[in-house]
Design a protein around this ligand. Structure first.
Ligand code: SP5
Ligand code: ZN
Length: 352
């Protein structure tokens, strides 16, 4: 196969997040978003000929644009507060138990709870996205990688890939969940725009809907968001977002396109969705950010889609026809034996 001529932005820090567990319907199950994902990806990409570039700390000011600064401070501080509060006796990770939902507050102001165990849920919207000692440095490094890849593209690379871990597309302006803490794709968008790129389209090919990215840009006309994903209405995460009638709001009306597909779907419905996303973006963007999850693949344990390696290659090739500079940001994909080849296939399609 032809050499993959592409910068891969990497930081050793991404390995420091060890999820340990996911609490699913009250059951402590092993975490699936493991550091081995990153080492497997790195080995596959280097094996395919890509060059490694170190992530630079370019994202910190952008984090405050993508997110409520209080969320960023929470992610930075909460594990230390958990330790200092003596909670390690109960749980080796920060695990929330009460969530200040709209249903609880019903218009009351959101206060910062006194108890650390209550604070644990202030910005977190599920029980599967635990915070440990290395979570903040890894999440920060992933955001730095996304910004570095965006800067490489703004400086003239046709494409760059950020090997982000933990992933980001489920992180909203004020909330984290779905194994995501900071929204790396949003950081890439903002970094491109800081470098002078006007209109950016986020194309999300993770198996799940990127509710965080959608919501961060929902009212913006200059940032398109489009996603093909397993239908949340058929019972799949993120359950509350990702429906076809979510089309944007205010100035952003018409700048959001969701393409939910049925569980069990393979290459044909998937690639039809990818073509529709490309048509949606054509003529309306100056660069793309590809939220690249490979968990729609048949072997993946986290989704019921049945996309093949050829399907992922064709996904990249269809998007390449847009002729736009592309920043690829890694999202999901949990089947370690195939994660690398699926990602190489997509990026090969995108760059040849
Ligand atoms: C970035 C990304 O792909 N996030 C996906 C998160 C989906 N998590 C939903 C979990 C649903 C329950 N799965 C059971 C596995 C137990 N370990
Ligand atoms: Zn996913």
């Amino acid at each position: 196969m032809a050499k993959l001529d592409l910068p891969v932005v990497w930081s050793d820090e991404v390995l420091r997040h060890l999820p340990d567990a996911e609490i699913w319907i009250g059951v402590r199950t092993p975490g699936t978003e493991l550091p081995e994902r990153a080492t497997v990806l790195r080995a596959a990409l280097v094996g395919a000929g890509a060059r490694l570039v170190q992530a630079r700390p370019l994202a910190d000011e952008l984090l405050g644009q993508a997110h409520d600064p209080a969320l960023v401070a929470h992610l930075r501080d909460i594990y230390r507060e958990w330790v200092d509060g003596g909670y390690l006796e109960y749980q080796n990770r920060v695990v929330p138990y009460v969530f200040p939902t709209e249903a609880m507050l019903e218009g009351l102001p959101l206060r910062r709870p006194t108890a650390v165990h209550a604070r644990a849920g202030q910005f977190c919207y599920d029980t599967m996205t635990l915070v440990g000692p290395g979570t903040w440095p890894a999440a920060q490094a992933a955001a730095h990688a996304a910004a570095t890849a965006a800067d490489l593209v703004a400086a003239g690379e046709r494409a760059a890939y950020a090997l982000c871990r933990p992933p980001g597309h489920h992180a909203t302006r004020t909330g984290f969940g779905g194994s995501c803490y900071l929204n790396n794709a949003a950081v890439a968008v903002l970094a491109l725009q800081r470098a002078g790129v006007g209109r950016v389209a986020v194309i999300d090919v993770d198996a799940h809907h990127g509710n965080g990215t959608q919501s961060i840009f929902y009212d913006r006309a200059d940032v398109l968001y489009t996603s093909v994903h397993v239908d949340p209405g058929a019972g799949w995460f993120p359950h509350y977002a990702g429906f076809a009638d979510e089309t944007g709001t205010g100035a952003g009306e018409g700048a959001n396109l969701n393409l939910p597909i049925a569980p069990g779907s393979g290459d044909q419905p998937w690639l039809a969705g990818v073509r529709r996303m490309a048509e949606f973006v054509a003529g309306r963007a100056d660069a793309i950010v590809l939220s690249l999850g490979v968990d729609a693949a048949a072997d993946d344990p986290e989704s019921p889609l049945q996309v093949t390696e050829q399907g992922y290659h064709d996904t990249g090739a269809i998007l390449a026809e847009l002729g736009l500079p592309a920043v690829a940001v890694h999202e999901g994909g949990y089947h370690l034996p195939t994660l690398g080849s699926l990602t190489v296939a997509t990026l090969t399609g995108l760059t040849h």
